[in-house]
Design a binder for this molecule. Sequence first.
Ligand code: PAF
Length: 284
Amino acid sequence: MHIFSEIGPMNAYLKRERSNLSTVGLVPTMGALHAGHVSLLQASKRENAITICSIYVNPTQFNDPADLEKYPRTLETDIQMLREAECNVVFCPDNSTMYSAVSQLKFDFGALDKILEGEFRPGHYSGVALVVSKLFNMVQPDRAYFGQKDFQQFRVISRLVEELKFDLSLVCAPIVREADGLAMSSRNMRLNAAERKRAVILYQNLKQTRDRLLQGDPFPQLRKTVASQCDQNNVKLEYLALADRETLTLLDDVADPSRAILLIAAQVGDVRLIDNLYLTENRN
Ligand code: PAF
C-alpha cells in the first residue's frame, strides 16, 4: 500500500497507473474508519484497478470549532484497516497541502444546502463541496464512493459533479449498521456506554415512522410522537424529515413511497448523529 501526503508524488504514481489504462476509485474520508468505510473500499475494489482512500479532517466543513477539535483522529488504526482491506493508496494530506491560503471560495446550492443539515450546520456543505472539488481535481478518479448515511451530502456532491462537469461517476453505498441497527459512524466512538444504548433510538424511530407512514398515518403527528420519545430518552431531536429522495424537497405526506426518504438528526449527549431510511427499498 502506498501512502502519500503530498500531491506531486501521488500524481506521478497515478500517471504511471493510468498509462496502463487502470481505472481509479476514490473513497474520500475523514478517517476514524469503520465497517461502513470498508464497504465503500470493497465496492471500489470490485469496480476499479486502483483504490485510493483519502483521510483528511476538513476544517472548512465544521461550523463549530469544538466539534472539529473533538472529531476522532485514529490514523495508525486507519492505516492498519486499509492494509487489511487491501487498499492500494492512502492520501493523507495536511492543512497546508489542502489549503495553501485561507479559502474565500464559497458554494451555494440554493435550497439543497439550506435545509436539514444545512440549517443546523450553516456553511457545512460549502466546505464539503470545496474539499471534494479539490480531491476530485487532485486524484481525477473514474469513480468516487460515498455512504448513504450522509444522504444530503450525496445529493449536494451529485449537484456539484453535474454543474462543474467532473468527469466521473458517483456511487452511493448502502448504510452499514451495528447489530442493534445503529448506523455506523466515526462519531459513534465518542458515545459513552449509556449514550451508545440510547443512540439506537434514531433507527428505531425511523423504522416505526416508516411502518406507520406506509399504513397511512399522517407525518406531522408521527413527528410529534418521535419528538416526545426522544425527549423521554434524553435525546435531543434536531429534525425528523420526510423528503423526496431525488430532489430532497421536504414533504408533508407520502404520494409515492418509492420516492420517499426519512431523515433524522439528534444529539445524544454531546454527540450529533444522523441517519436515514428509504420508505421502500426498491431504488429508482
Ligand atoms: O463524508 C465525509 O467523511 C466527508 O464529508 C468528506 C466527504 C470526506 C469530505 O470531507
